[in-house]
Design a protein around this ligand. Structure first.
Ligand code: SAH
Length: 352
């Protein structure tokens, strides 16, 4: 049993079961033994791979979409170029390389990272010169905000509820035979889930991400007040239904409660919740990642890059293009939503 598992078990024995959100927060972000706090989990040697780690094309197209909105909105200067959960800093490095040719863009950009993990901050520092790091989004400046968040919201802790005749029974983590074990609370009404009484039946499972409303509102307010664009990319769908909690270790699924701190734990993102809390900013339609990247010209870009490649490098490049866009790979599971100011042009690749 790991140290973190042991200390959670002790805490639960003393104080009673904890919510799934509290469990996830500890497993992912405990300062000494949380999953993100202690390692670089990305890439072939890690536990999972993300779109920017698969191909430079992802960040290049995101960068050009941000720059197009910056031009459409009158090239505000200076502005905040922000990323939530930047991982290794690969996405921002690709954004900056692609936008270096857009006159004035990178000169006007102040780079801000929202990142809690010391080990990933160190990785980001290797690829990006002097970003300003913040622990929370509230610290972002009041200025025009051009922001990207790829696979950030899926890492935020969720609460999970099972519908019952008497209301909602919440998943709580207790202990059984020395193991951390999920159980259910007594049924109670939950005001934040009143809107789910219409589309669910007894036995259905729904999830809530407690941190999402305020994070989204922080972004929406800055964009409405000062201009900008937020591109949010993640797996999930409009309105969550069912148990979407998953844990990944060494690129394979694992039990989320077996070894807290040693596996990545995520849940699908409820894009309806993002849209609901975007006000006073506007939100676009939720669009599959594959469609979004095709509209931004990924195939043309792939062909250009292919001319310089041959052999295994060319094969890997073709596979990466497919992986990012094909419906059987990341193309449909991953979705994009953008937040933008009322009256501004619709962001590239998306629909109002
Ligand atoms: N966006 C990157 C990394 C995704 S992994 C990529 O696409 O490759 C999730 C990232 O979010 C990591 O950098 C992790 O440390 C960060 N993160 C997770 N929860 C966070 C929180 N509550 N606050 C700030 N950063 C967080």
């Amino acid at each position: 049993m790991t140290d973190l598992a042991q200390s959670l078990r002790r805490q639960i024995t003393a104080n009673g079961p904890i919510t799934l959100a509290d469990y996830m927060a500890e497993a992912l972000m405990n300062p000494t033994s949380g999953y993100y706090a202690t390692r670089d989990p990305l890439g072939a040697a890690g536990d999972f791979t993300t779109a920017p780690e698969i191909s430079q094309m992802f960040g290049e197209l995101i960068g050009l979409a941000l720059a197009q909105a910056w031009i459409d909105q009158g090239q505000p200067s200076p502005f905040t170029l922000a990323e939530l959960g930047p991982g290794r800093g690969t996405l921002m490095a690709d954004i900056l390389r692609a936008t270096a040719r857009v006159p004035g863009f990178t000169d006007a950009a102040d780079i801000h990272f929202v990142e809690t993990s010391p080990s990933l901050r160190a990785e980001q520092g290797k690829r990006i010169e002097n970003p300003t790091w913040h622990d929370t989004i509230t610290a972002l400046p009041d200025a025009p905000l051009f922001l990207v968040a790829n696979e950030f919201f899926d890492a935020l802790p969720i609460r999970q509820f099972h519908r019952d005749a008497g209301g909602w029974r919440e998943v709580q983590i207790g202990t059984q035979d020395d193991a951390l074990t999920p159980g259910l609370s007594a049924a109670t009404p939950i005001a934040a889930l009143d809107h789910r009484l219409e589309d669910t039946d007894i036995g259905d499972i729904v999830e809530l991400c407690p941190a999402l409303p305020s994070i989204t509102a922080q972004i929406g307010t800055r964009i409405a007040d000062h201009g900008g664009l937020a591109l949010i990319i993640d797996y999930g769908d409009w309105r969550s239904l069912g148990d979407t909690l998953q844990a990944i270790k060494d690129h394979a699924p694992t039990d989320p409660f077996a070894a807290p701190g040693h596996a990545d734990i995520t849940a699908h993102v409820d894009f309806e919740a993002i849209a609901t809390h975007a006000a006073p900013a506007k939100f676009t339609r939720v669009t599959p990642q594959g469609v979004f990247l095709e509209r931004l010209g990924i195939t043309q870009r792939a062909q250009t890059l292919a001319t310089a490649l041959s052999g295994p490098a060319l094969e890997a490049h073709i596979a990466a293009h497919r992986r990012l866009t094909h419906p059987e790979e990341m193309g449909s599971l991953f979705k994009v939503i953008a937040l933008y100011p009322d009256g501004a042009a619709t962001p590239a690749g998306l629909e109002a």
